[in-house]
Design a protein around this ligand. Structure first.
Ligand code: AMP
Length: 232
């Protein structure tokens, strides 16, 4: 039985979310996006969402404690029993360290016994140039209901403004607007890129050229993961 814990790393607009859903389908494990969880909690006006909103709207990172709590409570759900994919977490070294200690000491219902398997399989770093990021983010549309991602040029829905999956309405995220895009790219460079080195040193990093077709990138990731699995 396959057990896999994956992290998807890459700048905003690198296609992490799209690749995470494809991998989730392929391996039958959930894809967990801290950004989606935060947006849903803003929609439903929960306390967490209200705290996070001001940071998100300006493209800044939400405080570490908040996102670490989100991840802790998500990873104990039964659908994580065969592993999970993290999309957009960790984003700082502090978060990466918190994840390491969570994997070393799994929370119930996972037991110490599970911890043999309960280790990071790989970190997939999707590499793309700044110009590509800007083009992708400004054309991105997201489903309000199921969070499925589209792009007005490269991945349009069958009917303009409507999600193919669930019929939900598509919208442009506030943080996909030009000022916030600029800020998010800066935040990524300063706070998140140190993770590339962090996981390189742990020999977990797989780098993938993200400036290609979605399918090609997906196949490249699968190929690299097969190599990792064979080495385990
Ligand atoms: P994303 O959908 O992953 O691009 O995330 C959208 C926004 O949610 C980010 O710009 C942050 O404000 C916030 N966010 C998501 N994940 C994290 C995280 N791991 N740490 C801090 N803030 C986060």
């Amino acid at each position: 039985m396959i057990f896999m814990i994956l992290i998807l790393l890459g700048p905003p607009g690198s296609g992490k979310g799209t690749q995470a859903s494809l991998l989730s389908e392929k391996y039958g494990i959930p894809s967990i996006s801290t950004g989606d969880i935060l947006r849903q909690s803003i929609e439903s006006q929960e306390k967490l969402g209200l705290k996070a909103k001001k940071y998100m709207d300006e493209g800044a990172l939400v405080p570490n404690e908040l996102v670490i709590e989100i991840v802790k409570s998500r990873l104990v759900k039964p659908d994580c029993k065969r592993g999970f994919i993290l999309d957009g977490f960790p984003r700082t070294v502090t978060q990466a360290e918190a994840l390491d200690s969570l994997l070393d000491n799994p929370l119930p219902p996972f037991t110490k016994r599970d911890s043999l398997d309960y280790s990071l399989s790989a970190v997939v770093n999707i590499d793309v140039k700044d110009e590509v990021v800007i083009e992708r983010l400004s054309g991105r549309r997201t489903c309000r209901t199921c969070s499925q991602i589209y792009h007005i040029v490269s991945l349009p829905p069958k009917t303009v403004g409507i999600c193919n999956n669930c019929g939900g309405t598509l919208y442009q995220r506030d943080d996909d607007k030009p000022e916030a895009i600029k800020k998010r790219m800066e935040v990524y460079t300063i706070q998140t890129t140190p993770l590339i080195r962090y996981y390189q040193e742990k020999r977990k990093l797989i780098s993938i050229n993200g400036d290609r077709e979605i399918k090609e990138i997906h196949e490249d990731i699968i190929k690299s993961l097969n190599l990792v699995e064979n080495e385990r």
